[in-house]
Design a protein around this ligand. Sequence first.
Ligand code: PFF
Length: 469
Amino acid sequence: MSDTEAGDGRRSSLHGFWSSKLAFILAVTGSAVGLGNIWKFPYVAGENGGGAFVLIYLLCVFGIGLPIMMSETMLGRRGRRNPVASMMLLGEEEGGGRWWGVVGLSGVAAGFLILSFYSVIAGWVLAYVMQSMAGSFVAADAATVKSLFNALAGNWQATAGWHTIFMVITVVVVARGVERGLEQAVTLMVPALIGILLILLGFSAATGEFEMGVRFMFEPDWSKVSGETVLAALGQAFFTLSIGMGCVMAYGAYLPQETSIPATATAVVCADTSVAVLSGLVIFPIVFANGIDPMAGPGLIFEALPLSFGNMPGGVFFGTLFFLLVGFAALTSAISLMEPAVAWWVESFATTRARASIIIGLIIWALGFLSVFSFSLLADFRFLNGTFMDNFDFLTSNVMLPLGGLLITVFCGWVMSENSVNDELNIGQSALYRTWRFLTRFVAPVAVVLVFLHAVGWLDWLMARPIGS
Ligand code: PFF
């Protein structure tokens, strides 16, 4: 398809379109649902004390995340190019200037950094498919699963091997184009994942400390809330929804004009939140019943889940299937992490999709070694927030994605004309539109700025000063 104006005067996409509204919902759901929900959400909630974190996270998801997801989709569809080019074009068109392209560039950079550590964790998931199939978890106790995990994470050759396998699979899929194949796979995968989570929920309700788990997740202890808790919740909301880095924008560029953006964004956010909350409800009862430390960090699910699979009937089958599905969820997110960079590379350097995917894949793979070594050779090399992996994670989730999201809402709320917005959202002056506009112009930008100021301590410093001094 050529990059000319479409028949109705609108732009056309270079890369074609999603075949249906459902295909787009599934693709964005595939991007949103991933390790962020099953691996990261429980351990970040655990590290931040549970209840209060979860409530702030839910507020961030619906009050900030949902309107930003709508905005990002809208920008992608209006620009119909890769995120860098779309933002440059729309910046110019709406009178804000071409420099808005930096939003896209920062997204491309964030994609490199996130995928470099994401692939390492996804590699462990693949290793766990094998372990599960081999029956390594059968009748295991807490000490056994912990030592199995430490043996894998501490062995850099094994971790590097699985990381390489995951990156090769990702590059092959991206090189072949996103639209073919994945649509159907996601249709099967998300419901299957929720199905197994429900089976696990039954198991953890029957055998775990269910009440304690539920209380840990939903009973807020506000005394534990600090600037960092709020920043972590905000970062998690951005990470889990895949917003603030141009991935939703890249996917939005292939969205047919007549599809309703508010409806699709709401569907994706609800699916994503359900998977995260279900994962927490599965994991914490098991954590408390087996004396696992909820602050165990990145190893949390790799300790809690094998315990339940190892001690339930049919555990070898369900365990293998579950880790396979998580691996698949990680893959559909990984391809979306590469898509902005690949689309940008193809359009900017007039190269083929395959070549762009291989080059970008190689850079990310090499960068990934810093995360591979974060659990072995470089485990004691700590700076700022910890190991290399901790820093990549902090920098992307808690700084780059919220900053990208801030610029996106400012653009949609303050720079873009109401006519252009109406053209895309197509909901007139309804209450829904007014809510979106209020959240986009005021709530989301102010909240992100306040969270930043609070996290670096400036807000407390300002509030502690007597007025007039
Ligand atoms: N949302 C994905 C997850 O929760 O695992 C991770 C992710 C994908 C983050 C794509 C950012 C992104 F652009």
